[in-house]
Design a protein around this ligand. Sequence first.
Ligand code: SAM
Ligand code: SF4
Length: 325
Amino acid sequence: MNTIDYLRISVIDRCNFRCSYCMPEDVSLSYLPPQAVLSDRELLFLVQEVFLPLGINKFRITGGEPLLRHRIVDLIRAIAQLPKVGDLSLTTNGYFLSELATPLYQAGLRRLNISLDSLDPQIFAQITGRDRWQQVWQGILAAYEVGFSPLKLNVVVMPHVNEHEVLDLAALTLNRPWHVRFIEFMPIGNTARFESEGWVTSADLRTKLRDRFGLSEGQCLGNGPADVFQIPGALGTVGFISQMSECFCDRCNRLRLSADGWLRPCLLNESGQVNLRDALRQGTDATALQQIVRDLITAKTPINFKERDRGTQSTYSRTMSQIGG
Ligand code: SAM
Ligand code: SF4
């Protein structure tokens, strides 16, 4: 059993983008009513009184688009100030960073993952459903200038859409200490597209990058879900998150908390989830909540995504935006 010390916290299920792999325009989603979402006070209680005492001290704030949440900077500051928080990071589509990079940094956040699926504004618009490449690029530059480090750029590789851009995206790491991570497209959110177009394997991308830049095969730097490499002479790194082709359950150290309080042992395993919000609102005390989380961790079993039934809405009934990607 791995040590579970990492929690991804979704603070909102809504988003201002409609990425074709996540919340495609033609899929209607029902959003949580405000009262269903964990409040700042409830979230802070869970972090301070339930997760930290269990040794879960690394947190990633995500969504939906987390920067859409009301008073997100205050929430980040409150979490960052809690004693024993070992690591705090945030995943965003970057749209609000021009405005929020500085306040977030001042609030104590240091690590950012920003989604950037294309360097071409038209392809970006095609993927995200929004003509906002410039704002996102400006947001990335703002975050870099403010001093966020490491600064990671997430790319979901879609066959026939942005697949041809991987070399240019990897080249972003040559002159800046940025970490570009290529993520295999999963059958969550847009299963129809997944079934019709499939996904691009990390192995294919690695071959392309090796041929062009001379990545050395044995030079893996990471110990998380990403296999991380460095182009010779580059300031940054390139990573591959290969949950479709290379099961990494044996390295998994995480749990996920959705905006409405569902604690999941696994992105793909809805069967073991528990609702901490309901337990909390029914008056369950911190000790009993800790035991609920302990039991869930004990029951956490490896799942090989590759060998699972690949993606139907019934198998994966929530999108990444709803689970907290
Ligand atoms: N809105 C923020 C963003 O886009 O970075 C945070 C939430 S988003 C759900 C978190 C991550 O999930 C993003 O990096 C996104 O690319 C990834 N994601 C969403 N749907 C996916 C899918 N079907 N396959 C692979 N990655 C996906
Ligand atoms: Fe929004 Fe992020 Fe999903 Fe794109 S991947 S639709 S930005 S939640």
